[in-house]
Design a protein around this ligand. Structure first.
Ligand code: PLP
Length: 426
């Protein structure tokens, strides 16, 4: 008998008893490799001594002080580390407790930017189908995952509309070049700006690499440059959601670094704190902050636990480890091994349609038939079965499935900790 509302109300999961490095152990003693860091969260694995020590020191010194009265040294140092050097013009950070809260903050600061830069008529957001931006109502409205939205559709804001994602495996036409595919998607986005009235759009929102909804889908080269150009031409902001793909997961600290552009607002979470504490946030371009500073002088938003001292101390320590242990190099090297291994062992499997990803962020799309790319009957719950079988064999992975845009898809995400070794990848 459990009193927790678990994800599955009919079956409680095993109790996680301990974690060490890339391993997790349940209360019965069964050990599994944390092969996807939960949901691409545990970037340092479990029990990293530097993070544990930093959290302990912070807890002993100060657990909490309300941000209406105080700032915390750990929060200031974390912000300095992330945006002190203004990567891509991002100069300010705002810390919250999850990816969804980060997305809410991004949407609200963007709307406030519109008002305070003298453009109150900007009230619309464009996002993409087959995207996930979180489960709170604003983030869910931004998201384009039909399955997750369906029960709540009547209570979601209509400020959001959706265009196609860049999903070459299924949506690129036969014989279409990268440039032609980008041009087709750019034309669709441009048409949506025109339909809404280009001066009415606050921002375009996208995951730099699509995570849970499609499984590690990178854009074709040139896509984000085209998107950035359209936003700039219409004076709209670009919000990139790197909750899953950011903070080193892709092999660079920010996934946008590999796209030749930078966003106006970036949402971060999972790899920020590596699961040691609940923490997310936004990194914000100087021009957005300037508009608010010149205008009302306040961000009209706030949470009791924003910039929590212990969460910030944990995230600061996680980021120090990534820097000091040069883990981005390991992400690239181990990512190449993982890619090679997946192709060698699964590349010819009758039910593997696509293997894709970047850094240590890889997905396998499962299909009924490789040639036609036909998907499995949802009633088979292939992803659930993969999860159970893998777990029994010692691997925790992150399979997803569901009806997306009227079609079912199954994929498995592998996102091992950045500290993993070649032996562990094998
Ligand atoms: N955005 C993306 C891209 C995500 O993958 C997620 C979570 O999986 C979220 C937002 C929401 O983050 P959280 O579950 O921490 O609220």
């Amino acid at each position: 008998m459990t009193h927790i509302v678990h994800r599955n109300l009919r079956e409680a999961p095993p109790v996680a008893a301990s974690g060490r490095g890339i391993w997790l152990r349940d209360a019965s003693g069964h050990e599994v490799i944390d092969g996807s860091g939960g949901a691409a969260v545990a970037c340092l694995g479990h029990g990293h001594p530097h993070v544990v020590a930093a959290m302990k020191a912070q807890i002993e010194r100060l657990c909490y002080a309300h941000t209406a009265l105080f700032t915390a040294e750990s929060a200031e140092r974390l912000a300095d580390m992330l945006v002190g050097h203004a990567p891509g013009g991002l100069t300010h950070a705002y810390f919250v407790s999850s990816g969804s809260e980060g997305m809410e903050a991004a949407l609200k600061i963007a709307r406030q930017w519109a008002i305070e830069s003298g453009q109150p008529q900007r009230t619309k957001f464009i996002a993409r189908r087959q995207s996930y931006h979180g489960n709170t109502l604003g983030a869910l409205a931004a998201g384009g995952n039909a399955m997750r939205r369906a029960p709540y559709a009547p209570i979601l804001s209509d400020a959001f509309s959706h265009v196609s994602p860049c999903y070459a495996y299924r949506d690129r036409r036969d014989g279409e070049s990268d440039a032609d595919y980008v041009a087709r998607l750019a034309a669709e986005l441009e048409a949506e700006f025109q339909r809404l009235g280009p001066g009415n759009v606050i921002a375009f929102c996208a995951e730099t690499i699509v995570g849970a909804t499609l499984g590690c889908v990178t854009a074709v080269p040139g896509y984000f440059r085209a998107v950035r150009e359209i936003c700039d031409r219409h004076g709209a902001l670009l919000i990139l959601d790197e909750v899953m793909s950011g903070m080193g997961r892709s092999g660079t600290l920010h996934a946008w670094e590999q796209e030749g552009i930078s966003p106006d607002i970036q949402v971060i979470a999972k790899g920020l704190g590596g699961g040691y504490q609940p923490i997310g946030g936004i990194l914000v371009h100087g021009r957005v902050i300037e508009a608010l500073t010149r205008g009302s002088g306040t961000f009209k938003h706030g949470h009791t636990y924003q910039a929590h001292p212990v969460a910030c101390a944990a995230a600061l320590a996680v980021q120090e480890v990534i820097r000091d242990e040069k883990l981005l190099d390991n992400v690239k090297a181990m990512g190449a091994l993982l890619e090679q291994g997946l192709h060698e062992r699964l590349g010819n499997h009758a039910h593997v349609g696509d293997i894709r990803g970047r850094g240590l962020f890889w997905a396998v799309e499962l299909v009924k038939d490789r040639a036609s790319k036909a998907t499995f009957d949802p009633a088979l719950a292939v992803n659930e079965r993969v999860k159970k079988e893998a777990f029994a064999r010692g691997l925790a992975c992150y399979p997803m499935g569901g009806t997306i845009d009227g079609r079912h898809g199954d994929h498995v995400i592998l996102a091992p900790p950045y500290v993993c070794t070649a032996e562990e990848i094998a």
